[in-house]
Design a binder for this molecule. Structure first.
Ligand code: THG
Length: 372
């Protein structure tokens, strides 16, 4: 199944980098948070994968929109929205946080940035957190402003990212630890830079404030990047599946709770932190989860893209589904992210994957991330 061509309109927002992305030959987009996300350039996903692992890429991830919470009740609102204990988050730190509803269903899985005690950004995945947060704040009469600032992240990912970023902005960026942020000077402005990103290859995300500066920032990194064999890129499907990085809307939705998604480590359920969905998560924990996120390694060679989930069976029984899959040139097998029913999620268990090309592929349950 393929749907080619996206009919552009104002609702599908361009980013401060879209002009540049088009100039370097983008071949397709997805839409995340009502905004364009480049999905492919001239190279293949496999070429991109090797390039990302060996060199450095710049990604237009402006669609990682910021939901800004600011004011006396900002911290209270953040904590109300997430099961993770945010009292442990320091100013200058990033926290990966599940957001859940009153049933314990996943609302989003953003990166939280603590800018000050009364100032936070939620760097969101693909769901309308702004409206959820505004509704909660209004309904509870909280003293907090909730808004989407003019901030557009540009990711620099890959093993050469640190050398490239240091060559442009100075050696001090090397001191920024994983999931911490600092600031760099750019065109007379101070810009936030975090050591984070949607790959396991290391790198930074520059949260550009002021979209008008987008072209200049792109050009600066692009030109300095030539010495590092830079390429334009985007979150790489193969790399992200191998690394077990989950995608909201693909791997999980509001139908799923964070405990079955492998996010229990980010959930405080002992009652020492109060939030929306605490009772629901406590009950799910007491009852035990009914399914779990797992990796599946499966054969049959490269297949089509997983545009709707592929059934997983054991004997005649459907026991789960692949939500994202890709052929891994390193493992010489397909890797998939899946949700697997209780009784069938044991590591090494044999399963059959029914790909949309009609093949029945032999698979085995694996840990996430996939072991190297
Ligand atoms: N960066 C920023 N915003 C984002 C993403 C990002 N918003 C949308 C989406 N990605 C949110 N999802 C994730 C998923 C995984 C991670 C970050 C965002 C991630 N996980 C680390 C890992 O799995 O190794 C663990 C992080 C931790 O434990 O602290 O990085 O990529 N700005």
């Amino acid at each position: 199944m393929s749907t080619s061509g996206l009919n552009m309109s104002r609702r599908i927002r361009r980013t401060p980098y879209t002009d540049r992305v088009e100039q370097v030959g983008v071949r397709g987009f997805s839409v995340v948070n009502h905004m364009l996300l480049p999905k492919a350039f001239q190279s293949t996903v496999e070429e991109d994968y090797w390039h990302l692992r060996e060199h450095v890429q710049m990604w237009d991830v402006s669609c990682q929109r910021q939901v800004e919470l600011k004011g006396p009740d900002a911290a209270r609102l953040v904590q109300w929205m997430t099961p993770r204990d945010i009292s442990k988050c320091e100013v200058g730190q990033c926290f990966y946080v599940p957001l859940v509803d009153e049933m314990g269903g996943m609302i989003n899985d953003p990166v939280l940035l603590k800018l000050a005690d009364d100032h936070f950004w939620l760097s969101i995945a693909d769901s309308d957190v702004l409206l959820w947060a505004k509704g909660l704040a209004l309904g509870a009469g909280m003293n907090v402003t909730v808004d989407e600032p003019d901030v557009s992240p540009l990711a620099v990912q890959g093993p050469k990212a640190e050398d490239l970023v240091a060559s442009i902005f100075g050696e001090h960026v090397r001191e920024i630890a994983f999931f911490r942020f600092g600031f760099v000077e750019f065109g007379g402005t101070q810009q936030l830079i975090a050591r984070s990103g949607y790959s396991k290859q290391g790198g930074f995300e520059i949260y550009l404030k002021g979209g008008a500066l987008g072209g200049a920032l792109w050009d600066l990194i692009w030109e300095a990047g030539q010495a590092f064999n830079i390429a334009p890129g985007c979150p790489n499907l193969i790399e992200r599946v191998e690394g077990g990085l989950l995608s909201y809307g693909n791997e999980f939705t509001r139908e799923n709770n964070p405990l079955e998604c492998g996010l229990a480590g980010y959930c405080n359920t002992d009652g020492s932190v109060d939030y929306i969905g605490l009772q629901a998560l406590q009950k799910i924990k007491a009852d035990g989860v009914q399914r779990k996120m797992r990796g599946v390694l499966f054969d049959g060679g490269p297949g089509p893209a997983v545009s709707k989930p592929w059934p997983i069976t054991v004997g005649e029984k459907r026991v789960g589904q692949i939500t994202t899959g890709a052929y891994s040139p390193r493992f010489k097998q397909n890797v998939g992210l899946s949700m697997i029913d209780k009784g069938h999620w044991e590591l090494g268990a044999d399963v059959v994957v029914h790909s949309s090309d009609g093949l029945k592929r032999q698979g085995k349950i694996s840990t996430l991330p996939f072991p190297d």
